[in-house]
Design a protein around this ligand. Structure first.
Ligand code: ADP
Ligand code: MG
Length: 248
């Protein structure tokens, strides 16, 4: 589904990502781990199109998306969430969730003045957004401003907003950062449920004890390069990984 080959990205003299190749198969939950500064977020940003790689190729679902702009990549079916939630703080929880819906008629200038032309679509989108909020236990907060949510709820709302765009692949950058342990486990249970409904995930996560319970496959980065890959059991037993990642 996602095929990354020989990808490199430098910031000045710092080689943040060097010659990285990996793939994600449909229906997988794939983990991307590595010490701080190893290039994980840069890699996600290259895939999402917010950073243009210096060299290499990214293919998604049969399309070459290397250097495509973020909106084109989103239309191909890739959504992402950020390490620090990038919400519209002054908008309501519901409005944040409604933003990514595709082909909203009321947003077209010539249709917007005529309420009856978009009312039914808006109602149906709001209904679907309500379903997403329900599943993430945010429904009771639908009218609250995003800025009034707890840190954990903000992470959930970002996940919900990504879902509303009906992606095929979700790139999640530390979905449980700053979230209480119970809620962190719950977020991963939601991710597993969504995978069972057909979604595919590439997840950067520092909480290995939770991540290892849910992923099918892991890639380990170190100093911009791919150090190892394998199942959770293989990675847990990998000596090189222990050295760089766990400092043993
Ligand atoms: N926009 C940027 N400009 C300059 N350096 C950056 C930028 N983004 C990341 N870096 C550097 O690239 C390296 C990899 O960063 P990052 O991809 O954020 O790592 P990770 O997500 O694995 O912690 C780090 O040394 C970081 O300081
Ligand atoms: Mg990062």
């Amino acid at each position: 589904m996602l095929l990354v080959s020989r990808l490199s990205k430098a910031f000045g003299r710092l080689q943040a990502v060097r010659d990285v190749a990996f793939q994600v198969k449909p229906g997988q939950i794939v983990g991307l781990i590595g010490p701080n500064g190893s290039g994980k977020s840069t890699l996600l940003n290259c895939i999402a199109g917010t950073i243009t790689p210096d060299s290499g190729r990214i293919n998604f679902d049969g399309h070459d998306i290397t250097a495509a702009p973020p909106d084109a990549i989103f239309r191909h079916g890739i959504a992402r969430s950020h390490q620090d939630p990038a919400l519209f703080q002054r908008m309501s929880v519901l409005d944040n969730t409604l933003l990514p819906a595709r082909n909203q008629r009321g947003e077209r200038a010539r249709i917007a003045p005529f309420h009856r032309l978009w009312q039914a679509q808006e109602a149906s989108l709001a209904g679907r957004a309500g379903g997403i909020l329900q599943r993430l236990r945010l429904r009771n907060h639908y009218a609250a401003r995003a800025s009034d949510l707890s840190g954990g709820q903000m992470k959930l709302l970002e996940l919900g907003r990504s879902l509303a765009g009906e992606p095929k692949l979700m790139l999640l950058d530390e979905p449980t950062a700053g979230v209480a342990p119970n809620l962190a486990y719950e977020i991963f249970e939601q991710i597993a449920a969504l995978r069972n409904e057909g979604l595919t995930f590439l997840i950067v996560e520092h909480r290995l004890e939770i991540l290892f319970d849910f992923v099918d496959h892991l890639f380990v980065m170190h100093l911009g390069e791919l150090l190892a890959q394998g199942t959770p059991a293989e990675i847990a037993a990998n000596v090189q990984v222990k050295e760089v990642y766990f400092g043993e």
